[in-house]
Design a protein around this ligand. Structure first.
Ligand SMILES: Cc1cc2nc3c(=O)[nH]c(=O)nc-3n(C[C@H](O)[C@H](O)[C@H](O)COP(=O)(O)O)c2cc1C
Ligand SMILES: CCCCC(=O)C(=O)O
Length: 365
């Protein structure tokens, strides 16, 4: 058995070790995406097209990675994205992930498709946000929101990129259609204990966001926004934050890489809301680039699952610690003492001129 350090000097090492340990069908469920997986690849590739233009002689001294999000301090600008079915990776499932996020002082977004109940996950400590797929049954949706509130979740992350389910060819090849016996989406239990199936709702519209606003006082973030016009609508509907996401390439294959969408969303929002981004973040320099282009924080999905598969809570902690140390070093080398010191002048790339910021944004901006 490898020690955690041997299992990973970086997140690719952790992924390789996770792949050795996981059932092939489960590895493919975690790693895969929709269609030809162009968007899965594009998310990571977008970071390789951006270059950091460091400042020198800035005397940064000790770096301070803390940020303030929705009025609360977070130890670093790296959060845990909501991902389904953690018990496929480790028997402790989401409880282990929550423990690691708590130790790292960051937020875990609990998936509606979690295989542990939100109360158990909350008992692990730390700060949780709850990810919601609004269900066609409004009464049930309201009950899930109340359950998340009662468990102490501090925000709702409403996934809006999933009017239908993406077509995942790897899952079709394996015949992976459901959780194995004994595992269930524990937050989908009805009052009679029966577990409901998560429904994607193609009828979902902005009126449902207004309805949610009316039933909860929790901050509401929209997850899966890529178009600047939707960012403006979100501001008009009084949401509290945006998560630029294409669901890790698992929904619309061919959707724009999130890093490429980010500048357009940041410009549309104009500082009125925090803008978060996920998809393809694997290195401290990726975090640095996303923040420099206007993100308040990033979220990581698959790397957390790799850590969980390799070592439970300790494995997730290892992944979060690697990212923290890597970001800290990248900040120092770029001449920044804290996230707030980063700006678009530090990034060059195909549509960015160092020192000038974005010269082009996505079509429709
Ligand atoms: C295995 C897996 C399950 C996921 N489950 C959910 C989910 O239940 N709800 C959701 O909103 N997003 C879900 N996502 C998307 C993630 O929240 C996130 O957008 C994506 O994983 C970020 O990309 P990354 O994996 O490259 O970091 C899932 C992603 C993966 C890989
Ligand atoms: C019904 C489970 C949805 C999980 C999910 O969002 C994903 O696999 O990407």
């Amino acid at each position: 058995m490898l020690t955690l350090d041997e299992a990973g000097l970086n997140l690719a090492d952790v992924a390789a070790e996770a792949r050795r340990r996981l059932e092939p069908a489960h590895w493919d469920f975690f790693a895969g995406g929709a269609g030809g997986e162009r968007t899965v690849r594009a998310n990571e590739a977008a970071y390789t097209r951006r270059w950091v233009v460091p400042r020198v002689l800035r005397g940064t001294g000790e770096r301070d990675l803390r940020i303030c999000l929705l009025g609360e301090p977070v130890s670093m600008p790296v959060l845990v994205a909501p991902t389904a079915f953690h018990r496929l990776a480790h028997p402790d499932g989401e409880v282990a992930t929550a423990r690691a996020a708590a130790e790292a002082g960051t937020v875990m977004v609990v998936s509606m498709a979690a295989t542990r109940g939100v109360e158990e996950i909350a008992a692990a400590g730390g700060r949780l946000w709850f990810q919601l797929y609004p269900q066609p049954d409004l009464e049930f949706t309201a009950a899930v929101v109340r359950r998340a509130e009662a468990a102490g979740c501090r925000a709702l992350v409403v996934t809006v990129d999933s009017p239908v389910f993406g077509r995942r060819e790897r899952d079709l090849r394996h015949g992976f259609v459901d959780l194995p016996p004994g595992l269930a989406c524990e937050n989908m239990r009805d009052t009679d204990g029966r577990v409901r199936t998560i429904e994607m709702d193609a009828g979902l519209g902005w009126e449902r966001i207004a309805w949610l606003r009316g039933i909860t006082s929790l901050p509401i973030l929209l997850k899966g926004v890529l178009h600047p016009a939707d960012a403006r609508l979100a501001v008009a509907h009084g949401v509290d934050g945006l998560l630029v996401s294409n669901h890790g390439g698992r929904q619309l294959d061919g959707a724009l890489a999130t890093l490429d969408a980010l500048p357009g969303i940041v410009a549309a929002v104009g500082g009125r809301l925090p803008v978060l981004v996920d998809g393809g973040v694997r290195r401290g320099t990726d975090v640095l680039v996303a923040l420099a282009l206007g993100a308040t924080a990033v979220l990581v999905g698959r790397p957390v699952l790799w850590g969980l598969a390799v070592g439970g809570a300790a494995g997730v902690r290892h992944v979060l610690d690697l990212l923290r140390a890597d970001l800290d070093r990248a900040l120092a080398l770029a001449g920044a003492a804290r996230p707030a010191d980063l700006g678009p002048d530090l990034v060059a790339g195909p549509d960015l001129v160092a020192g000038c910021g974005p010269v082009a944004t996505v079509v429709g901006a």
